[in-house]
Design a binder for this molecule. Structure first.
Ligand code: ADQ
Length: 489
């Protein structure tokens, strides 16, 4: 990869994800303002500098008029983003419906609420139709911008149909697909009416990646049991064609967090927080407000801890920061009220005139505020019921070089496989166990904390987002070369 002047050419990488890393807000008929949006994938890919990356995805707004679409496309181009325009009906059926009502709970082993189950079963076919149509619309945009030699990297459960659509356009395209959620046991996947079609569409990719070896194994089992294909140590084989399947655990841009702690504004904020919570141990939860994150379970475990440990009642505070997501969905509204109700009850029960045990914020924090919070935390509580990886646990560890706080981590988060030896692993459904782990964390000796932190810090700083992306793309390049060599033989 060299230019005529000898300088290396960065390989073009088309990152295709449901959402672009920016949110667009319309300011006038032809004027838009753009803001970088959050989320795990965005955080991870922000750290990747090795490729000439372009993003293709939905900007999160309905833009029915051509003038608006033209203006937005132009504004996004400056951020190397290319929009896919989806109308309201498609968004409703594809995004709210098939992606978030069916695939998301299923892949996290959460059943649908009883009252929704029949309705969802009835609307299943139309939602799946919209899902395929939306994936085709993404493929159209990719195809329009694709240049020979590009690598196309499709992301997540929203775009399982995309590898097939792309290969139908051009069989020579290098296509990778990565899943950010868990891939469930084949026994769960086989309940999906569209189980086979989805698996076949993913298998059209050259390389299929997951966060953990377990998820990869579940996927291969689903292909062998449901499609009757052959699973090999390399992946899945269908009539001589191999789809490579492997684990690529994601990381974070750890340097960005470590550097942020030196910024004067962050140091100032750290000092404020230390003064504010002087004499108390700080426990922290940072999550999107989603059922998979186990927020009510976490707070109930904290209540149990306070109940059983009167000594700690005025010496510990739990800061729970929860970014609202999918706020228009009744299920999520219910979760918000449930969390508020539990927090109110516990604060009423254990609070005093001067202090409450739980501070719950329903909002996003900016990067610097988040780093300061991570740095002053004594115990982080990550109690997801299921989580593909969970980057919050990584971010906390990156900011703890001075304090060497303790990470309590759900065994059902992918991160348990990488940070398990340094964290206290818990079953988030067992609030007695989580309460006991809080006590263990608060009483842990400095020596033990140091040892556990060392292990995790080493992992987080050596398995970065950048390395993750580079490994995936180089493996994709190699996979395609090997496949071509096999064909030639
Ligand atoms: P998410 O479910 O979004 O990601 P996670 O990996 O924890 O979960 O990433 C969340 C990101 O949002 C983190 O970078 C965090 O800092 C940020 N964030 C969360 N709450 C915040 C708040 N209140 N204020 C500011 N920022 C906040 C999905 C999967 C995960 C997987 C990632 C990446 O569900 O399992 O780890 O993708 O693959």
């Amino acid at each position: 990869w060299e230019r005529p002047d000898g300088k290396p050419i960065r390989q073009r990488l088309l990152v295709v994800a449901n959402r672009l890393p920016v949110s667009a807000v319309r300011r006038g008929e032809e004027s838009w303002s753009l803001e970088i949006s959050g989320g795990g994938l965005v955080s991870a890919l922000l750290g990747v500098k090795e490729f000439e990356a372009r993003w293709i995805g939905w900007a999160g707004v309905n833009v029915p008029d051509e003038a608006g679409q033209r203006a937005l496309t132009k504004a996004l181009a400056e951020k190397r983003c290319i929009p896919v325009f989806l109308d309201e009906e498609i968004v409703h059926q594809y995004y709210n419906g098939y992606c978030n009502n069916i695939l998301w709970p299923l892949f996290h082993y959460l059943g649908l609420p009883q009252e929704d189950r029949l309705a969802t079963t009835r609307s299943f076919q139309s939602q799946f139709g919209a899902y395929k149509k939306a994936n085709q619309m993404f493929a159209d945009v990719v195809n329009e911008h694709y240049e020979e030699g590009d690598v196309v990297w499709c992301h997540d459960y929203h775009l399982m149909f995309l590898p097939k659509c792309l290969k139908d356009y051009n069989n020579q395209m290098k296509v990778g697909w990565f899943l950010h959620t868990p891939f469930p046991s084949s026994e769960i996947h086989r309940t999906l009416p569209s189980r086979s079609e989805l698996l076949r569409a993913v298998l059209a990719a050259d390389l299929v990646g997951f966060h953990t070896y377990d998820y990869a194994r579940h996927f291969v089992s689903a292909c062998t049991r449901i499609l009757g294909l052959e699973g090999t140590p390399e992946g899945v084989e269908d009539q001589g064609r191999l789809t490579r399947v492997a684990a690529f655990p994601i990381g974070i841009d750890s340097e960005r967090f470590i550097r942020a702690l030196e910024v004067p504004q962050v140091q100032e904020h750290i000092k404020e927080l230390k003064d504010r919570f002087a004499g108390r141990k700080v426990m922290l939860g940072v999550d999107r407000l989603d059922m998979i994150k186990g927020i009510p379970q976490k707070i109930l475990a904290f209540e149990k801890f306070l109940e059983e440990n009167s000594y700690w009642r005025d010496k510990v505070v739990l800061l729970q920061i929860a970014v609202p997501t999918r706020t228009d969905v009744p299920e999520y509204q219910k979760l918000t009220s449930q969390v508020h109700e539990i927090v109110g009850r516990i604060n009423g029960r254990f609070g005093t005139l001067t202090a409450v045990p739980i501070h719950h914020l329903d909002r996003s924090l900016d990067f610097h505020a988040l780093c300061a919070l991570y740095a002053v935390t004594d115990v982080a509580l990550v109690t997801s019921l299921r989580d593909g990886m969970n980057l919050v646990s990584y971010e906390f560890v990156a900011c703890q070089e001075l304090k060497k706080g303790v990470l309590i981590l759900s065994e059902f988060a992918g991160a348990a496989q990488s940070l398990g030896a340094g964290a206290i692993l818990v079953n988030p459904w067992n609030i007695t166990e989580v309460a006991a782990s809080i006590e263990q964390a608060l009483n842990m000796s400095a020596e033990e904390r140091e040892k556990r932190h060392r292990h995790n810090f080493l992992h987080v700083t050596t398995h970065t987002a950048q390395e993750w992306a580079e490994t995936f793309v180089s493996e994709l390049n190699d996979t395609v070369i090997e496949a071509q060599q096999r064909i030639r033989k």
